[in-house]
Design a protein around this ligand. Structure first.
Ligand code: PEP
Ligand code: MN
Length: 262
């Protein structure tokens, strides 16, 4: 029989928000920060629904170098200004080692993207900050490789790590990726790290985001990171998988119902 008894060690941010405790954590926001107005429109809806964590990319890891690459420092400034105005916390990605000091100045949680999961110098750099790290699973990475990546961060002294399952590449092409709910249950049971599900990148389709969010929570995730946008059809990245703001209440309600059922 395999032992599955590790308890989750909650991560507390600014003595305020606890991830991996009794409550489900929602991290919502646009794929890319596009403008102050865009982020502000999102923040208003988050506050109305008791969501405390705002996501948004300022440095974007785009497949094509011709696609929108993010607003960089200006994007970080927008996130911070809006978050401070509304009492929210910021989750945003550091794309390279050279970004870490800047991102750490603005972010409450530093995101490591799927494509960078084994970028070891980047893992060491965030491991030397005092900010929690949301470590996305590489879309071609095994669970073992993902956990070893977490060890690289922890080896530099930072054990405030959130493991994010964002879907892996499989033979299935009907959806962007395949949400690995087995992995969620496995890392939840065998590591002390809180686990976050990402139904947006796992499915690549707005209409599948809420069902996949339910699945992630049912498998044991402590929270969700979900892309939302005031006008998904005009988004500069990942509009096809973004929830319009009108669907935030349905997501929040679905998360609450699953949490109550567990
Ligand atoms: C993102 O969160 O927008 C993102 C780029 O995610 P991933 O690294 O999982 O593709
Ligand atoms: Mn995205």
């Amino acid at each position: 029989m395999t032992e599955t008894t590790t308890t989750t060690r909650p991560v507390t941010i600014r003595d305020d928000v606890v991830i991996g405790g009794n409550d489900i954590t929602l991290i919502l926001g646009p794929c890319s920060v596009e403008s102050y107005e865009q982020v502000r429109a999102v923040a208003e809806v988050l506050v109305a629904h008791g969501v405390r964590l705002l996501r948004g990319g300022a440095f974007k890891p785009r497949t094509s170098p011709h696609a929108f690459q993010g607003l960089g420092r200006e994007g970080l400034e927008i996130l911070r200004a809006v978050a401070d105005e509304f009492g929210l916390l910021v989750v945003t990605e550091a794309l390279g080692v050279e970004h870490v000091p800047l991102v750490a100045e603005y972010a409450d949680i530093i995101q490591i993207g799927s494509r960078n999961m084994q970028h070891f110098p980047l893992l060491w750099a965030v491991g030397e900050t005092d900010k929690p790290v949301l470590l996305k699973r590489g879309f071609m990475a095994t669970v073992h490789e993902w956990l070893m990546a977490a060890e690289h961060i922890a080896s530099r002294g930072n054990e405030r790590i959130l493991l994010c399952e964002r879907g892996i590449r499989t033979f299935e092409t009907a959806t962007r990726n395949t949400l690995d709910t087995n992995a969620i249950a496995l890392v939840k049971a065998t590591t002390p790290f809180p686990v976050i599900g990402d139904p947006s990148h796992a499915t690549g389709r707005t209409d599948l985001v809420i069902p996949a969010a339910r699945a992630a929570l049912a498998a044991g995730a402590d929270g969700l990171i979900v892309e939302v946008h005031p006008r998904p059809e005009e988004a500069l990245s990942d509009g096809q998988q973004s929830l319009p703001l009108e669907q935030v209440p349905a997501l929040v309600d679905a998360a609450r119902r699953i949490a109550e059922a567990l």
